[in-house]
Ligand binder design. Structure first.
Ligand code: ADP
Ligand code: NA
Length: 340
């Protein structure tokens, strides 16, 4: 009963990397042909940890540039930044009164990001998943393309939507909003690269927030940097297997094969059929070629776009107006349902 609508966000925090591209941004491009899509630079999420203001301004533009450079059409889709649409913060408060403390206590990302000094983490870092639920539900979005690390947050968003619908079911129907006001947003977590691992250590995900990890492939890396990082990627001494089953217990090999498949737009099995039995060095050369072919033009276009900040700001402003036009009536309805 809810019209299909796609929402997803990327934080403007440091370098965008291959994981962000394969887990999220590449999927944004594919979805724009079938659905109405909102792609958000989630700057309110970014400040859950300290940010330098000038750097934040720059990275907001850089993330918007990455969406566009990767192929997201800003006319067909809504590209905007979160802080420019008040619905996000407003709905987050209301949904924060729906979500339970016990639910948030189970969130593994908070535990990882807060580390040992949990008492000193910001309240925003703790309630981050509530804001994420508000991001999605402000637009009554039905589909959310994300990497696997966001699975638990998506489940929480579904729980919050359901509890709001239940808590206010009488008011929702009495005021003519049907049986349920919020949809149950579905995560779109698919493909060989839903979780890209670090090239240094196959047990950790590739992440913006690990400054010590020099192996991360950034979207703005040039061909030489990409080649050197791929060639240095950790592997094991065995040749590549010829079937997927042979990747079990070999996280580094599985990661590189997954990355190749996602970049080349093919399946893991097809990659193994081609490279199985061979040495990593030959496979790595082929991986460098597909990575440079795919990422090179995106990085170059990002650099071109950020050199004209006024144009990006105009796109973000237009996007914010269009996003607001969708969210504002939903917020008005939520207030009506709650009794404000
Ligand atoms: P990061 O986790 O790098 O700080 P974000 O939290 O802004 O980045 O995530 C932006 C999108 O990129 C999310 O959909 C997230 O699931 C996805 N993503 C982040 N890291 C990876 C990864 N290593 N593999 C696949 N997807 C990822
Ligand atoms: Na993340």
């Amino acid at each position: 009963t809810f019209p299909p609508r796609v929402f997803s966000g990327v934080q403007p925090t440091g370098n965008l990397h291959l994981g962000n591209y394969l887990g999220a941004i590449q999927k944004f491009v594919a979805l724009q042909h079938q659905h109405e899509c909102l792609y958000c630079v989630v700057d309110l999420h970014a400040i859950t940890v300290a940010q330098d203001p000038n750097e934040l301004t720059r990275t907001i533009r850089e993330v918007a540039a990455a969406f566009i450079a990767a192929g997201v059409d800003p006319k067909k889709n809504i590209i905007f930044n979160q802080s420019q649409v008040s619905a996000h913060a407003e709905l987050a408060w209301i949904l924060g009164c729906t979500a339970r403390i016990g639910w948030l206590n189970r969130m593994t990302q908070f535990k990882e990001k807060a580390g040992k000094d949990r008492e000193n983490a910001s309240v925003g870092l703790y309630t981050y998943p509530v804001l994420m639920a508000a991001d999605i539900l402000a637009y009554r979005a039905t589909h959310v393309p994300v990497g696997e690390d966001q699975k638990q947050h998506l489940e929480l968003a579904r729980d919050i939507a359901q509890k709001f619908n239940n808590d206010f079911s009488a008011s929702i129907s009495a005021k003519g909003y049907g049986d349920a006001f919020f949809p149950q947003p579905e995560p779109l977590i698919q493909g060989a690269a839903a979780r890209v691992m670090s090239l240094r250590d196959g047990s950790k995900k590739m992440s913006k927030s690990d400054p010590s990890d020099q192996s991360r492939i950034n979207l703005t890396d040039d061909a030489d940097a990409i080649a050197s990082k791929v060639r240095k990627a950790k592997t094991d001494p065995e040749p590549l297997p010829s079937e997927s089953a042979g990747l079990e217990g070999r996280p580094e090999a599985a990661n590189l094969v997954g990355i190749y498949a996602a970049l080349a737009g093919t399946e893991q099995d097809a990659v193994l059929k081609q490279f199985g039995g061979g040495q990593f060095s030959a496979f790595k050369n082929a991986l460098v070629d597909v990575a440079v072919a795919k990422l090179g033009p995106i990085g170059a276009e990002m650099k071109r776009l950020v050199s004209d900040p006024a144009s990006i700001d105009a796109i973000l402003k237009d996007g914010a107006e269009r996003a607001h036009a969708i969210a504002a009536p939903n917020i008005a309805a939520v207030k009506d349902i709650v009794g404000f």
